[in-house]
Write a protein that binds this ligand. Structure first.
Ligand SMILES: Cc1cc2nc3c(=O)[nH]c(=O)nc-3n(C[C@H](O)[C@H](O)[C@H](O)COP(=O)(O)OP(=O)(O)OC[C@H]3O[C@@H](n4cnc5c(N)ncnc54)[C@H](O)[C@@H]3O)c2cc1C
Length: 424
């Protein structure tokens, strides 16, 4: 059956060709330029090479330099401009795959450990923000997972209650509500989640990396990997290293075997997700994070500004390459935004890629000698990217890390494995 035609009536739809005010770029990229970094033009030698300068690569480079290593952060395009520039930056430990499903996939200890990783990431971001005095609008806010607008059923409410009860039993600050603020729908409230401006945060971190034998390069793609000499070709020159982190989101083969890299690719699914940014009158909706129970789900954040509030609504995820009607995805999302916040004036729209795994947890860890890889974050890439940076820092120092086995790139089914997370 052909897809249903969805029209965008010229006079009211914000996406008509006449709307010059509509920006087809993430609001974070539009309002926060980041200084340029040079291209690599000579051979260099560092302790740790990091390929890819999104949240994973920048955080890892920052932590490693702080810990005393020399680093080279090499980026094919511009820093914090790919998925990290296209994010919506909800900072939460609540994963796309629900807690009950994680317990079924991995067992209780491991499910709890996965959410604890998110807690650790939010705390780490908060620590860095405070320590460095970064003005990036970091704020602790509650998050609400609520029943679908116009589709609430008893079954949905009961599933939400079970999720809330299990999370509370595991020690997370979660509670079932008959009526979420603003939406007046059954929901789970997770206290103490957070949000920030991703580029204001990362532009402050990335400038701390160059100097003392460390570097940041832009327009400098890693194009050839030489495992024998532990070096990577960039712009016809070489970067030699002791350790390397592949932080390209969609993973490169790097030093791994082609067979291993191909197997990993078969486990990753690429989705495109869409977002709209809109101004709303101050105080229209509480400053918080909201997600619904649709499949794929909608996700909403609200930020307070002087004289107006700004909302970002995301959703409409589909497998990358399977749908060509991008315009229709934006129109559907806009219609739902209009329904929940009729006052919303959309002025930005953008899309980006989400990389998912079959069991809902990321792949983070060593996948070849001297090589550490991080990918498959699903919708939690800012928090899992931060966790990956913390883990990479432990890996180069030879320190134990509590999530090594759970997030291992070559994990099989680890449910019931002889591993005590609490002891680890
Ligand atoms: C619309 C949308 C909404 C989202 N919302 C959220 C959210 O609310 N919360 C959340 O936690 N996550 C969210 N995510 C997911 C999250 O944004 C991403 O998972 C995360 O930003 C990925 O970070 P990264 O550093 O791994 O990758 P990226 O930011 O993609 O960085 C990888 C970098 O590697 C570079 N690169 C690639 N190949 C090479 C090469 N050969 N040499 C050098 N450099 C190379 C790329 O140019 C890129 O800059 C969202 C994603 C999207 C698209």
């Amino acid at each position: 059956m052909p897809p249903k035609k969805i029209s965008c009536a010229r006079l009211i739809c914000p996406f008509g060709a006449n709307n010059q005010a509509m920006r087809n770029v993430p609001v974070w990229i539009d309002d926060t330029p980041i200084r340029k970094f040079p291209k690599l033009q000579r051979n260099i030698n560092v302790d740790v090479l990091i390929v890819g300068a999104g949240v994973t690569g920048i955080t890892a480079a920052y932590l490693l330099k702080k810990a005393g290593s020399t680093v080279a952060l090499t980026e094919r395009e511009r820093v914090a401009s790919m998925d990290t520039g296209h994010t919506t930056a909800h900072l939460t430990y609540v994963t796309d795959v629900g807690l009950q499903q994680l317990v079924r996939n991995f067992g209780k200890d491991h499910a709890q450990a996965a959410w604890d990783a998110g807690v650790a990431a939010i705390n780490e971001i908060e620590r860095i923000v405070e320590e460095e005095g970064i003005e990036c609008e970091f704020a602790r806010v509650p998050a609400y997972v609520h029943a679908r607008v116009g589709g609430s059923s008893k079954k949905e409410a009961s599933a939400l209650k079970k999720e809330a009860d299990l999370a509370a039993k595991f020690g997370f600050d979660a509670a079932y509500l008959n009526s979420a603020p603003y939406f007046n729908l059954p929901a789970v409230r997770f206290a103490n989640q957070a949000k920030f401006h991703p580029r204001k945060y990362l532009r402050s971190l990335v400038v701390k990396i160059p100097g003392g034998g460390s570097h940041v390069f832009e327009k400098s793609a890693a194009s050839e990997f030489d495992p024998k000499k532990s070096r990577v070709k960039v712009n016809r020159t070489w970067i030699s290293f002791d350790h390397m982190l592949i932080a390209t989101n969609n993973p490169l083969v790097g030093l791994a075997s082609i067979a291993g890299a191909t197997l990993l690719q078969t486990k990753l699914s690429l989705y495109t997700s869409y977002a709209l940014g809109a101004r709303v009158p101050p105080g229209t909706i509480p400053e918080a994070l909201f997600w619904d129970t649709r499949e794929p789900y909608d996700y909403l954040r609200i930020d307070k500004h002087r004289g107006f509030d700004y909302v970002v609504l995301g959703g409409e995820d589909h497998k990358t390459g399977q749908k060509k009607r991008t315009q229709q995805a934006y129109v559907r999302l806009w219609r739902r935004l209009e329904k929940i916040i009729p006052e919303a004036q959309v002025d930005h729209r953008w899309s980006g890629q989400i990389i998912s795994t079959p069991d809902g947890l990321p792949y983070i860890g060593e996948n070849a000698e001297r090589q550490f890889l991080a990918t498959g974050y699903c919708g939690n890439g800012i928090t899992f990217g931060t966790v990956a940076a913390m883990m990479a820092s432990d890996w180069t120092a030879g320190r134990k890390n509590p999530w090594t086995k759970l997030f291992a790139v070559d994990r099989k089914k680890i449910k019931g494995a002889a591993w005590n997370y609490l002891r680890e």
